[in-house]
Every structure is written in structure tokens, then in C-alpha cells.
Design a protein around this ligand. Structure first.
Ligand SMILES: Cc1cc2nc3c(=O)[nH]c(=O)nc-3n(C[C@H](O)[C@H](O)[C@H](O)COP(=O)(O)OP(=O)(O)OC[C@H]3O[C@@H](n4cnc5c(N)ncnc54)[C@H](O)[C@@H]3O)c2cc1C
Length: 418
């Protein structure tokens, strides 16, 4: 058995949350071993859209969503889709989600998340600068674009309703939106410009986090699939993997969408559903957007870096389905074609899916649990795990070290569902 010293922390999961946690733990003087079943960053952290968006603090659960989802139920290419099937865990998750589709809960969720989103966005920028992370970070803002005037007006009213829980935004009419982003076609009804947002290339960001973790003395064990978490009363005694057993003075659960697989062993309710999304990465088109865009009616996210161009998003609750669904990939292309002069790049580099770790209240699970002394949970970051990565890593190091936390974690308590 690999027996690190009692000062060492075992981090389960090498996605953006596990790696950021490892970095801040090392910074606080702890030794760290990260375990991942594959190569680091090969889960949801790989092919996502790479936007850093405090502007997206409002949760998915909002009053209009149940009616919208019903209209989309039979559309295989709808932006939000639940694939009908018998799954009690999904049924419970949906019931909890539907109960939260009201303004009071939406405001509570946004208010709880915004400080972490904004703080984390700033921490990422500082990390990129101070550690020289080569990940194409750019503080260029983001823009949410509408072609439907009624939809734009409705979004304006909804933004006003939640304005105190959202960062500052600028309302643009169609002409102003196109002037700001000339890659857009005529016919834009209006847009929200979010000046505080940013972007980076997520696969490079995780590679760079892994680089600095290793350089600071952290150990990353790849292709070590966790099979069992073994408890000895009120603590985790060891973690059995395909590459042997590991132990640590403290253990951080950062397994993203896979976290529920270990809930029983931990005696913890972890209501996370994989919210499947897709992306297509291309070589850059000639008429490439300068600002990351969310094309609102089809819910397609467009991000461009010096090294490439990506269409991404859609939300599908289809369990742990690992197929690349052509209908949904094509929906990304069609959505982009409605909005952009040159919606696709000259060559496809990668088609990808990822599972967002979705909680019903759209808040992550971050903190200790009462019944396991050496466990810290850091999972359930949903649609915004890249944005929340550095803030979560800092929180994990503070919680493990028994220090005051930089952000209020009351609403993130992992035991809130039990
Ligand atoms: C299409 C799409 C677009 C997105 N766009 C954005 C965006 O623009 N901005 C943003 O902030 N967020 C975005 N997200 C969300 C973001 O990708 C996730 O919230 C984030 O990656 C979650 O990170 P994680 O480390 O918790 O999970 P993951 O990256 O999934 O990491 C979990 C790790 O656990 C490992 N693992 C699982 N089981 C085991 C096991 N048994 N043994 C060992 N290891 C195991 C996996 O291999 C994986 O590496 C997007 C997601 C998708 C799908």
C-alpha cells in the first residue's frame, strides 16, 4: 500500500476541481497525491466551452423552465432534454429540481454562488499571471445574443428581477451587438454584454494545473481507477484502486459526475446527475468571433482561441450514456448557422461529450461531512466548474487546514440533502 505521511492529502479525481484543490493544498504546505482513472483532465474538464462566467450565476431551475422543457420533451435536438426512462435517482432529482423552479429559490441559488464565481474568476486570472499558465486566458467579457425580440425582452425582465445577484451587464440593441461582434449576422434583436467575464482554453488549463502541481512536489497517479473507498468507523482508512491501495491523512472527493458511485460507501446522499453536453472543436474560421458568445435560442456557446474554435453546450439527462449523439452535435452546427457569418471552421479537430455534475439546486457540494472526520467533499459544480475551480481549490485547502474560509460555504454543505 502507498502510505503517504499523515500530512498528505489524497485527492480523488484529477479534473479541474481536484487539480485546483491539489494546487492550493500544496501552497498551504500539505503533501498531495491525486488519483484519476484516466489521464488528468479527461472528464468534463476537457472539451467544455472554457468561459469564466460569474454572469451565469442564475441557476438552471427558473420559473419558465418546466413549461419550456415540456415543449421540448419530444424534440431530440432540443437544447434541454430528459431522455424518458425508468431511473428512480433521476426521478427524485427532477422532482427536487422542479420544486426549485421559482424566483425565491433562483435568487437564493444565485446569491449563494455569485461571491464564489467572482472571487474564483479573479483567482484564476492571478494564478495564470503569477504561475505563467499557458492556457490562452483572455479577459474579453462574454455576450448573450438573441434573435427573437420577445425572448430578449423576457430575458431583460428576468435579469432585472435577479439584478442584485448578478454582476454588472450592458444591454445592447441589435446594431450595437453586431458593432461589438462583427462575426454576427444581421437579424440580432439584442444582447447582454458581461464585461467581467473571461475565457481560457480548458484542456490547456488542466494540463497547466497538472504541471504546476507536479513542479511543487504533488504526485498525480493516472490510470488508477478507484474501486472501493474503505472506512474504519469515522474516517476513510484507504482507497482501493486498479493500481493498488492509497491512503492519506485527509481525503478530498472531487469525482465530478462520478461522485454518486461512492455515496453509499460514504453514507452520504450525493444527488448529482450527469448533465450531458457536447462540443465540436475546429481550426479557426477566417471570420472568427472575438468575444465568447452564448446564442440564446439554440443555447449554443461559441468560444475562439488563437489555437482553435469551439461550438458547445446542450443539456441532456440521459444517465451515464457514453455515445456521441449525432442529432445533438448537428444541433450545435444548425444553431451557430442561424447567428454567425462563418459558423464552422475549415477542419473538425474533435467531437466530444462531457458530463456536467448537476445538483438540483445548482450549487456545488463543498465542505466536511459530520460523520467522516478526514473527508472533504468538492463536487457538483454543474455548468460552472471551470469558473469555480480556483475558488473551490482555495476553499478545500482552507477547510482541510481548519482555517476560516474566504467565501461563505453555508449553502454548499454536502450534508444538505440528507
Ligand atoms: C459542453 C460543456 C460545456 C461547459 N462549459 C463550461 C464553461 O464554459 N465554463 C465553466 O465554468 N464550466 C463549463 N462546463 C462545466 C465544467 O466542465 C464542469 O463543471 C467541470 O469540468 C467539473 O470538473 P470536475 O473536476 O468536478 O469533474 P471532471 O472534470 O469530470 O473530473 C472528475 C474526474 O474524476 C475521474 N474519475 C471518475 N471516476 C473515477 C474513478 N472511479 N477512479 C478514479 N478517477 C475517477 C474522472 O476521470 C475525471 O477526470 C461545461 C461542461 C460541458 C459538458
Amino acid at each position: 500500500m502507498n502510505r503517504p505521511g499523515s500530512n498528505d492529502v489524497l485527492v480523488l479525481g484529477g479534473g479541474v476541481i481536484g487539480l485546483a484543490s491539489a494546487w492550493y493544498l500544496l501552497q498551504s504546505g500539505r503533501g498531495v497525491t491525486v488519483l484519476d482513472q484516466g489521464a488528468v483532465g479527461s472528464g468534463s474538464s476537457h472539451g467544455n466551452c472554457g468561459t469564466l462566467t460569474p454572469s451565469h450565476a442564475a441557476p438552471l431551475a427558473q420559473p419558465g423552465i418546466p413549461a419550456q422543457a415540456l415543449r421540448w420533451l419530444l424534440k431530440a435536438d432540443a437544447p434541454l432534454r430528459v431522455r424518458p426512462r425508468w431511473d428512480p435517482a433521476l426521478a427524485r432529482w427532477l422532482a427536487a429540481f422542479l420544486r426549485r423552479c421559482n424566483w425565491r429559490d433562483a435568487a437564493q441559488s444565485a446569491a449563494a454562488k455569485l461571491p464564489l464565481l467572482e472571487g474564483s474568476r479573479q483567482l484564476i486570472e492571478a494564478l495564470v499571471r503569477e504561475q505563467g499558465l499557458d492556457c490562452e486566458f483572455a479577459a474579453v467579457g462574454t455576450m448573450n445574443v438573441y434573435r427573437d425580440a420577445r425572448g430578449f425582452e423576457q430575458a431583460r425582465v428576468e435579469h432585472e428581477r435577479l439584478a442584485q445577484y448578478l454582476p454588472r451587464y450592458e444591454l445592447l440593441d441589435g446594431a450595437a451587438a453586431i458593432a461589438r461582434e462583427p462575426a454576427l449576422k444581421p437579424g440580432v434583436a439584442g444582447a447582454f454584454f458581461n464585461p467581467g467575464d473571461a475565457q481560457l482554453r480548458p484542456d490547456r488549463y488542466v494540463d497547466e494545473l497538472a504541471r504546476i502541481v507536479r513542479a511543487r512536489g504533488g504526485v498525480i497517479e493516472e490510470h488508477a481507477k478507484i474501486r472501493r473507498i474503505v472506512r474504519d468507523g469515522g474516517r476513510i482508512a484507504r482507497v482501493e484502486t486498479s493500481r493498488g491501495d492509497f491512503s492519506g491523512g485527509d481525503v478530498v472527493l472531487a469525482l465530478g459526475s462520478w461522485s454518486p458511485q461512492f455515496a453509499r460507501a460514504l453514507d452520504l446522499r450525493v444527488p448529482i446527475q450527469p448533465g450531458k453536453g457536447y462540443s465540436i472543436t475546429y481550426a479557426r474560421p477566417a471570420n472568427c468571433p472575438r468575444i465568447p458568445l452564448t446564442l440564446k435560442e439554440p443555447q449554443v456557446c461559441v468560444t475562439a482561441w488563437g489555437s482553435g474554435y469551439r461550438l458547445g453546450s446542450t443539456m441532456e439527462f440521459s444517465g451515464y450514456d457514453a455515445t456521441l449523439n449525432r442529432t445533438r452535435l448537428d444541433a450545435l452546427r444548425r444553431g451557430a448557422a442561424q447567428f454567425l457569418h462563418e459558423p464552422e471552421g475549415p477542419a473538425v479537430v474533435e467531437e466530444w461529450y462531457g458530463w456536467r455534475p448537476m445538483t438540483p439546486d445548482d450549487l456545488p457540494l463543498i465542505g466536511r461531512v459530520p460523520h467522516i472526520r478526514n473527508l472533504v467533499v468538492a463536487t457538483g459544480h454543474g455548468m460552472l466548474g471551470v469558473t469555480m475551480s480556483a475558488g473551490t481549490g482555495l476553499l478545500v485547502s482552507e477547510i482541510v487546514g481548519g482555517r476560516a474560509t474566504s467565501f461563505d460555504i453555508g449553502a454548499f454543505a454536502p450534508a444538505r440533502f440528507t
